[in-house]
Design a protein around this ligand. Structure first.
Ligand code: FE2
Ligand code: FE2
Length: 476
């Protein structure tokens, strides 16, 4: 499964055996390069960045690290190896051989899944394009650019599937992936969260923690697909994605750690006096990003999700290794949830398990986020701080699904009026204008190797065995 780097498009999918496909992708390449220069990372395209490039899809030793200028990055197409005799892991056709081509009856849905996933990849690059200018260190700047080039590669991964398996309309969709723009008035990105502004590094760390993590769960669901090329593609994307999640989770951990330290040093514990990030601002960013990301899973009660599961277009997280399968009818088990009515009374509801696939995936995601939250709170404890951070309830600030149209407090225990929700969201629950301009004021760039902005702790170790003070970016 070595990657062929001798061609314009590095790949391990024998692209040279399919001249038509190769030519189609080679025609897409310059459009991609234009897109990257237009809305990719602003200002550092000539810098030498210590980046990793995939050279194989095997576990361990799959990546090569070296200085690269981002426009010269070798974006390519990689899949994990085909598994002989692989069968469908779930749904109505469990045990049948997986599909090497797109079945006509599922063409529309599969294309939609691929386009929706594909759209998030360039969107995040666009959202993050200005962040290099305020990076708190060269280490962090390098991590941002690593995430950016890999999101670009993930776009390549989806475009390969569109070109390779969906003919002419696949090519049109691939074209449209380069024409939509994050937050554009007329042609925005498909999902709301990918049109939200990412203006500072707290946004970025929350994005890489919460939004990329949604991506991990979506990819994991697609990595159970009966459509084998999609499964194999997403499997390798997950390998790369792990680093993005690391950047988000440890970025937040380092911020929180530094805040807790500054709280001890600052007069009256006010970290603003020492250019730190106050915990109440961190909490507001959690409220905002986490709740926005919960909507990315789709409605809790969903017939689409039921169809995707029964036809095995998507699975649950870690489906292949799950012991229990909802039976063919899916009626013997239910997924339970409750909402509060306007008088605060608990109303219990049950969805047939198959219709609750989005909710099940979201629950796995929430458990993962809670694990990270516990770590951050542990840091606060170790540093002697009394405050604790929380994640808002799944009922809070939902715009779709079973909690949409109801207004709850962040802990989800109380129904409130729309007016109160609006007022308190603006004033106390979400980042205010003043919070954002305060963050802008402390996030001044640091470009000396080994130096870090005062609001963030250095990482425990560097990248690829290099020291923390390594020159991860040579700025030109
Ligand atoms: Fe991605
Ligand atoms: Fe990512």
């Amino acid at each position: 499964m070595k990657v062929d780097y001798s061609t314009a498009i590095p790949n391990n999918v024998n692209l040279s055996d399919d001249k038509r496909l190769q030519r189609a992708l080679e025609r897409w390449l310059p459009d991609y390069a234009d897109w990257w220069m237009e809305v990719g990372p602003a200002g550092f395209q000539q810098s030498d960045i210590y980046l990793r490039t995939a050279i194989s899809v095997e576990r361990g030793g799959w990546a090569h690290f070296d200085y690269v200028k981002m426009p010269d990055y070798r974006w390519g197409i990689f899949m994990t190896p085909e598994e002989e005799g692989r069968t469908i892991s779930h749904g109505d056709n469990i045990g049948d051989p997986v599909w090497q081509d797109v079945p006509g009856e599922y063409r529309k849905e599969l294309k939609r899944l691929i386009v929706t996933q594909g759209d998030t990849e360039p969107a995040s690059v666009e959202q993050q394009s200005l962040l290099g200018r305020t990076a708190p260190s060269l280490y962090d700047m390098r991590n941002l650019f690593q995430v950016n080039v890999e999101e670009g590669r993930h776009l390549w991964a989806m475009v390969f599937l569109l070109h390779g398996y969906f003919g002419r309309d696949g090519r049109e969709e691939a074209h449209d992936l380069l024409t939509r723009r994050s937050a554009h008035e007329d042609h925005p990105r498909i999902l709301d969260t990918f049109n939200e502004p990412v203006t500072n590094w707290l946004d970025f760390f929350c994005f890489a923690m919460f939004t990329d993590r949604d991506g991990k769960y979506q990819l994991a669901a697609l990595a159970e697909s009966a459509f084998d090329p999609l499964r194999r593609t997403c499997q390798f994307m997950l390998t790369e994605e792990a680093h993005h999640l690391f950047v988000g989770e440890t970025g937040l951990a380092r911020t929180i750690k530094r805040t807790a330290q500054l709280m001890k040093e600052a007069p009256g514990g006010d970290v603003r006096k020492l250019a730190g990030v106050p915990l109440d601002i961190v909490q507001k960013y959690f409220n905002y990003w986490f709740s926005s990301c919960l909507d990315l899973f789709g409605g809790e009660d969903s017939s689409n999700a039921a169809n995707y599961f029964s036809s095995a277009l998507k699975g649950r997280f870690n489906e292949t290794n799950r012991k229990k399968h909802p039976n063919a009818s899916g009626l013997d088990e239910g997924y339970r949830y409750s909402i509060l009515d306007e008088r605060g009374r608990e109303l219990d509801n049950e969805i047939p398990m198959r219709r609750a696939m989005n909710a099940i995936l979201r629950d796995d995601y929430m458990a993962d986020c809670t694990r990270a939250l516990d770590k951050w709170n542990k840091i606060l404890e170790q540093e002697g701080a009394e405050q604790r951070l929380t994640l808002p309830s799944k009922r809070f600030n939902r715009n779709l699904g079973v909690y949409a149209g109801q207004c709850y407090t962040p802990d989800g225990t109380k129904r409130i009026t729309e007016d109160e929700f609006k007022r308190r969201s603006e004033q106390e629950w979400f980042p205010t204008k003043a919070d954002k301009s305060y963050l802008d004021s402390i996030m001044t760039p640091i470009s000396e190797p080994g130096k870090f902005a005062n609001w963030i702790s250095p990482p425990a170790r560097g990248i690829n065995g290099q020291p923390v003070e390594f020159e991860y970016v040579k700025i030109h």
